[in-house]
Design a protein around this ligand. Structure first.
Ligand code: ADP
Ligand code: MG
Ligand code: ZN
Length: 477
């Protein structure tokens, strides 16, 4: 039997506000436990929430970017449940009158090409606190710094059909949210978390099968792996005649399996009701229109422009425009005269690697766009080889010197002089008669040995094109 997988995602995204959603406490990450707190976010009796004005505006911005209708008078609701990281015993969220509804997002994958994923709703809510377990599980403590940090929850229609699509969808939400500036999108700090609902149905069947929900996937990779695992697991169960139960599962990152956390028998009954402490969140139609007009260029449009204006291919343009940080930097480098394709290679290659390895942002790395632009020009003009360019690049990051200064001071300029290179070639052939004989007997691969030796002799500065030509001339001649 062939199965089709049906997937719907619920994505939580942390908003880039300085203060929390219902009080003035800071949202700064990494502060000592319980220092970013006040009577409101500690849930003390009698304390009253006041909505951070920025939150509905950011929510509307994201909603507009995701083609949603924006509700001008959305309503907060209490979602009641007890947990030690939730001192009020309810979370302020939205229920039947969320701020955004009925949107969509187009994604592109290898397996299904272009597909449109419906967005059911986006609502505003507060985050909960965090439990800290110490002393090998004998003690649990609670840190409420995160309680009241503003989140948006984006609920998709069950329109996704593979783990690959789920990953592409989540990556695109991330690219859009960071491009329009509603979130910093820092995955390491949990700014983007996803619950994946997965079910299977026999190919051709209209009704959906029973779904499981795998909670709290906080990386693109985990989303993909957890869904792939869940599809495999469910299909084996069904083929074995086992009925899939609706349940909440978790992803074990070490064992790479999902496991059951609770079944829907103990299903949450949240008894939502409108929060009497908060008025409707009003957004005037004029403000919504202003927000719509002020939306910056979105990743898809930017990608198209990068391909047309700078001649980048689909893949390169996609990688750059998936990140506001990278695409903005790329355009700065181009403004300083860089060669687009070479600049793109350095930014998506070595520079991204340095960012990943050091955990630093571009601002912290502090590579001036002008220096990188000049490096691309020197490479393009054949002044330095790509190997030497790596040395220059590392040195630029280290000292902040211009590539020209570094090349000058370290004597790294490419040797293109045919006389000089020709002399070294002749010496080399004279001292390796064995390899010359092999070459002339038809083992032409041995030329690689000579190229290597030439690079060694010139400390990597010999122009590979000239070296290759000279070697062939002398060996064949
Ligand atoms: P709940 O409130 O219990 O989480 P919802 O109806 O709001 O349930 O759905 C939550 C998510 O589950 C949505 O993203 C939706 O698209 C998805 N979903 C619903 N039914 C299915 C199904 N049969 N298979 C896969 N995903 C589903
Ligand atoms: Mg849910
Ligand atoms: Zn507070």
């Amino acid at each position: 039997m062939q199965f089709e997988s049906v997937i719907g995602l619920e994505i939580h995204i942390q908003l880039a506000t300085e203060s929390k959603i219902f009080c003035g406490c800071s949202t700064e990450f990494g502060k000592p436990p319980n220092t970013n707190t006040c009577p409101v976010c500690l849930g003390l009796p009698g304390a009253l929430p006041v909505l951070n004005r920025q939150v509905p505006e950011l929510a509307a911005k994201l909603g507009l970017a995701l083609n949603c209708e924006i509700r001008p008078d959305s309503q907060f609701a209490r979602k009641n449940y007890f947990y030690p990281d939730l001192p009020k015993a309810y979370q302020i969220s939205q229920f039947d009158r969320p701020i955004c509804e009925n949107g969509w997002l187009d994604i592109q994958t290898e397996s299904r090409g272009k597909s449109r994923i419906g967005i059911t709703r986006i609502h505003m809510e507060e985050d909960a606190g965090k439990l800290v377990h110490e002393d090998a599980g004998t003690e649990s403590m609670v840190d409420l710094n995160r309680a009241g940090v503003p989140l948006l929850e984006i609920v998709s229609e069950p329109d996704i059909r593979s783990a690959e699509e789920a990953k592409a969808y989540m990556e695109k939400i991330h690219a859009i949210a960071t491009t329009i500036g509603v979130s910093d999108g820092d995955m390491e700090k949990g700014h983007l978390r996803c619950d994946a609902n997965v079910s299977l149905r026999p190919e051709g069947q209209k009704e959906f099968g029973t779904r499981t929900e795998t909670k709290n996937l906080n990386s693109f990779r985990f989303v993909q792996h957890a869904i792939d695992y869940e599809i495999e697991r469910q299909s084996e169960e069904i083929l074995d005649g086992v009925t899939i139960v609706q349940e909440t599962r978790l992803w074990d990152t070490d064992r790479k399996v999902t496991f059951s956390m609770r079944s829907k028998e103990e299903a949450d009954e949240y008894r939502y009701f409108p929060d009497p402490d908060l008025p409707l969140a009003k957004l005037s139609p004029e403000l919504i229109e202003t927000l719509r007009k002020k939306l910056p260029e979105l990743p898809d449009a930017k990608k198209q422009r990068f391909m047309e204006e700078y001649g980048l291919n689909d893949y390169d343009a996609g990688v750059l425009t998936a990140s506001q940080e990278l695409s903005e930097y790329f355009e700065k480098v181009l403004a300083d005269g860089a060669v687009p394709k070479i600049a793109c290679n350095w930014i998506t290659g070595d520079l991204t690697r340095v960012m990943n390895e050091s955990g630093k942002t571009l601002i912290e790395i502090n590579l001036s766009p002008e220096n990188l632009a000049n490096l691309t020009i020197l490479i393009d003009q054949g002044e330095i080889s790509s190997k030497i360019a790596k040395t220059v690049f590392a040195e630029m990051l280290d000292s902040g010197e211009t590539p020209n200064t570094i090349i000058e001071e370290k004597g790294l300029k490419q040797i293109t002089d045919e006389k000089e290179l020709g002399r070294i070639v002749e010496e080399l052939l004279a001292s390796n008669p064995q390899q010359v004989k092999q070459y002339r007997e038809g083992k032409t691969k041995v030329i690689g040995f000579f190229v290597g030796q030439m690079m060694k002799q010139t400390q990597g500065k010999g122009d590979p094109a000239v070296i290759n030509r000279l070697l062939k001339e002398k060996l064949d001649g």
